[in-house]
Each structure stands twice: as structure tokens, then as C-alpha cells.
Ligand binder design. Sequence first.
Ligand SMILES: Cc1ncc(C[n+]2csc(CCOP(=O)(O)OP(=O)(O)O)c2C)c(N)n1
Length: 553
Amino acid sequence: MTTAAAVAKALADAGIARVFGLPGGEVLVLIDELRKAGIDFVLMRHEANAGIAAAVYGKLLGQPGVVLATLGPGAANLMLPVASAYLDQEPLLAISAQLPGDVPASHTHQLLPLHEIYRPVCRMTGEITCDNAADILPRALGACMERPYGASFLTISAREALKDARPPAKGGPTGPVTDSVGPPLMGGRDAAANLRARLATAERPLVLIGLGVDNANATRIRRWLDEWNLPVAVTPKVKGIVNETGPNFVGVISGMAADGLMVDALKASDLLIGFGLDPVEVDKTWHAELPIEWVLEAPNVAGIIPPGVALVAHAAFLDAMVQSPAPRAWAWPFAEFQQKRHDLLIRRGGSSTFALRASADKLDPPERMAPTTMWPGDLIRALSGAMPAATIVTTDVGSHKYLFGQFWPSRHPGTFWMSNGLSGMAYGLSAAIGAKLAHPDVPVLAAVGDGGFSMNAQELETAERVGAPFITVVLEDGSYSLIKLAQENRKLPAHRMDFRPIDTVKMAEACGVQALRTTNPDELATAVRRAVEQNSSLVVGVPVNYADYKLLF
Ligand SMILES: Cc1ncc(C[n+]2csc(CCOP(=O)(O)OP(=O)(O)O)c2C)c(N)n1
């Protein structure tokens, strides 16, 4: 068996059914061995997109995603998804080609020090050789799945790929997978008793659930919070861990829309419980200033554990909590914040509506019905009313992310995906491809800005080709609006934040996907319903006014 075949076998043995990537001559043999091993190579149009799709695909299936690229430029393009896996806790094995180690020193064409480049953001980096192929793959895959999840990076040379591989070491992979990832878990009973005692004297407790929770504990978490009627807020990366339409849901913390309101809610609490909370998602400093009772199961990103905090097995902790009744009752201590959050979205004070009202008298009735932009609140309501509760939503990065992050009513675990630790644009569309391939029977919605869309709209063709139909809503405001708003906030002159429109509908159609543009929420809902029923791809361009976001942020 060649080294390339041994790599393919190790991946197949680990249950990897798909590898995402973009080829180069140096990985052709490996791609062929993947084919022989029954692993589908999902051919994409940029390595960064392939890596994002792979990581989401893998995390949804409870295994590492795998991305394959060529050496040099292909490997360099993997930095975004590897960085995303690192900061957003997504399990990703990235494999790239590399020149053989014995090329003459003067041969520098496409040669980059890849291990050195990737080591700081990876759990494990290494070179696949004929001696280690069967062992290094399981170790690298295992490293990705250690909590907090992250990336591994391996290289293989085209020459090594053809050599005969040495059989795996007896007894499985040898040697430590990674350096230590933190102290062992403590039992949950003591932690539960301590927190229960703290809660008995708290008037306004607020549970903050973050990236470090395991979706497998969602049922336990919901039971605890519902039975005790505890107020809860979540970070965007765990949206859906609790039902956000439930009565004790306060909102989404860490930099989304209505963040001022959420930070006020945090300050109004007399007991903040950071359940799996990871500050990597927080773009402010309240996590370091307000006292937080941490209940962590694993270190935060980069192996950090707040001083004096012991790691606690969440399942055991939650079981211990629900074994006794709530230590007291809380009478909706955050009702005022909940109401204000709710009102923000339904407020019909958007500038698009103002413009419409101002000119309504002068317009004929049909024109009166067609404002030039859609109020973001109407957009959320139309989509959430039309799409099933189980829909997987992905967002890109920008103002629309703040909108969806705060106001999309997630109801099920694992149904909301955004780049929030890294916050890298061009995530949403690629994530949607990974999500749809992982769960073909679940509707998928990608909400992206027109800036982000122009970074990777070409992957719509990929989605069609690989059988991953989903709905894309492009919020068109002709600008990098989040940064334009920041420019205004800093009282800088308006400068270089706007771009000319690239026709969303034509872009989609050029990729073979049906599309329309509308500012009518009913038309949007009808089109989306039909696409869900038919399980077909659809792109909808929705003009929005960037200034409307000022009323929500
Ligand atoms: C790869 C990358 N480049 C730049 C940024 C900085 N950035 C954050 S949001 C944003 C604007 C996004 O514009 P668009 O996709 O149109 O979304 P909008 O803000 O208009 O909703 C930019 C440039 C980033 N987060 N990621």
C-alpha cells in the first residue's frame, strides 16, 4: 500500500466520507486514493471556502472536517479556515502538499515554512511520511476533537505519497496527541451544591451560555433552566442550545444587535453564571470586569482557564442541579430588557418606512406598496415565519450578522452558524454548503451581505454541482455597512465604504441558481416556502438601508 493509499484508508477508517478541497498536481495521487477508498472529494473554488465548509460539515457530524489543498498558494489559502477552527472551536484537519525535504536548498519555488506558519494556531502539525502515515492520521484527527475543538495541519509530498507505507504500529497510534489541554474534570456534585447556594440569595441571576458547551447536553440544560425558570442569555455560537422563543430567554450577548441593552442586562444581574462561556466571542471587556461564576467543562480557546476555576463535567453538574428543586423563585427579573429587545425589532421606525411615509401622498398606490428597501425586522419576521424551526441558518460577517445573531429565533441546537471568534467574512455561504451536505434533509438558509457575497458567490455553482441546495438571502446595501457605520461613529468623513452593485440575481443565474430581488416581505416568504418545499436552491436579493441598522445596534 502506498503512503497516499494509507492516508485514504486512515480517513475512511475514521468514518470520513467527504474531503473538501481544491487540487494541485502534487495531490492528484492522494485524490485518486480517496476516490478508491470511497471518499467523496468535494471540489470547491477556493481553499478557504473548502475549509470552512469542511469544518461545519465535520462539527455537525461529530467528527473533524477534512480539507485538502496543494502546496504553496493552496496551503497559504488555508489560513482563514484554520484560524477560524482555532478561534471558533471547529474541528478541522487541513492537509496540504509540500515539497520533499531533500530538494536542493536553492529550490524555493512555492516553498513556504508551512509547519512554522500553522503551528501557533493548530493542535498538531506534522509531515506525513511512508513511516508514519497510518499513525499520524488518527493522531491528527484525535487532536482536532480534543476540547476545545481545533485544527490539525499535515503536509505530504507527492514523492512520499507514492512510496510504500509502513504498516501501523501495533496497538494503534503512539505518543501523545498534543500537549496537555488542562486539568482533569472535577465531579459535578460539589459545583452544583455551591452554585445552588449562590442562587438561593440571588435576586437577578443570569445564565450565560457560550461556545464551550456541548450540544449533547442541550436537553439537560433546557431541563435545568426550564424547571428552575432561570433567565438565560447565549452567545451567537450556541444559538439554539435553548429555545429562543421561550419565556426565560433574555437575548444574545457578545456584540450582536442591541448590544448596549444586553450589556445593561448583564450589569443589572447580581449573579452571572458563565456556563461554557468563552470570551473569544466577546468584543468588549465586560467578561473581565463583571464578576462571573464560571462553570467550564474545557479550557477556553488557546487553553485559557480563568484563575481559580476548576473544570467541571457539565453532564454531571446538570444532573445534580435538577435533582433538587430551585432554591427560590425569580419573578422575571429581566422582563423590561426582554420587552425592549422585542420592541426593537417590531418598531416600524426604519428610515425606509420614514421615506415611504414622507412621500406616500405623492405616490400612486402600487408604488406606495413598494418601498425601495426592506426594514430588517420585516426580513427576519418573513424568513422565520416561512422557514421550518429546524432550519440551519448560517450568516456572514457584517451588520446582517448582528441582526441575525440577535434576532433570528433559534429553536434547536446546532442550527445557527457564524464566524464569531475570528469573525471572518465569506463564512456564510461556505458554511451553508457544509451544513447541507451534513444534513441533506434539513433546509439551510445563508444570510449574507453584498460585500461578503461578492467574496465567494461562485460557490453557488459548487452547491448545485455537489447536490447541496440551500437558500441564500443577500442583504444589499451597496457598502461594507458595518465598517461604514463604524466610520460614522468615529466621526470620520464618509470615505471608500461604498461599492457599485453587482447584480445579485445575475450572479446567481450565472451559477445556475434561480434568483429574484424583492423588498416585499410576503413575496420573500412565498419564494422561500416554495424553495423549501422543492428542496431547491434560491438566491434572494433584498435591498436594505444601512442606516436602518442604527436603530437596532
Ligand atoms: C475577511 C475579512 N475582511 C474584512 C473584515 C472586516 N469587516 C467586518 S464586517 C465588514 C463589512 C461586511 O460587508 P457586507 O458583507 O456587505 O455586510 P454588511 O456589513 O453590509 O451587512 C468588513 C469589511 C472581516 N471581518 N473579514
